[in-house]
Design a protein around this ligand. Sequence first.
Ligand SMILES: C[S@@+](CC[C@H](N)C(=O)[O-])C[C@H]1O[C@@H](n2cnc3c(N)ncnc32)[C@H](O)[C@@H]1O
Length: 258
Amino acid sequence: MKITKAKLLNPIWKIWYSYISNLDRKGEVTFLNYGYADDKNIEFKKEDEINRYSAQLYHHVVSSVKLYGLDVLEVGCGRGGGASYVAGCFVPKSVTGLDLCKESINFCKKHYFVKGLSFCQGDALNLPFADNNFDAVVNVESSHRYPDMEKFLKEVYRVLKTGGYFLFADLRDEQSIGTLREQLNNSNMKIIKEEVITPNVLKALELDHKRRIGLINKLVPKIFHSLTKEFAGTKETGLYKSFLTKKKEYLYYVLQKD
Ligand SMILES: C[S@@+](CC[C@H](N)C(=O)[O-])C[C@H]1O[C@@H](n2cnc3c(N)ncnc32)[C@H](O)[C@@H]1O
């Protein structure tokens, strides 16, 4: 098996997500993505306005498909903000949020009480569900951490019903974009939408910069500030610059199992 950067960094990120979960005792961090900004002015409930850009990323990712009355799985749900937003706003029959991080799932189970919304711990590469089980699988900013993308896509295909959708958004280094396209092409699912959304993600990071810095200053010990800023994609970081210089792109795809 090929040793990739994602494989090597996997144990470190697992520790990092657990650590973040332990720092946020008051449940202020419910999304862990870079966000999305465009000209649409979606109306949010007052309490959700604080997470506007991260929620808008979910809104953009799922709104290509009518989820009303459907069974939805989110793989890599993190601290559940996205799964809860989708459950409340798009009224599917059910949303199941799955994440590898036990602490995040424990948080989600205690924090959200939305009809049809549930959470479970599990691995994207070995989904604990029967074949042909979901109408849609959502995956936001999680797959770049997976040690085996092909295995994940096989699992998505397996748990989706015929006609079901894979709603997917994530970042890739410029040299891995071709590989991702090939992996999606070989997934047995049909690509029905493909967008580069890096400019929208950059705009969101710019507009959300102050809030992100505020949270880091409030929650994180000083010694971890620069690492957390990198993780949060704040303006002066390598991550932010790599989007600016197109060394990394943020991609959005909709696929369908036929
Ligand atoms: C950047 S966070 C994004 C979380 C969420 N999608 C959001 O937008 O707020 C990435 C998430 O992927 C999860 N993850 C990483 N590897 C995973 C795997 N193999 N199986 C399931 N979840 C995984 C991490 O635990 C983390 O919660």
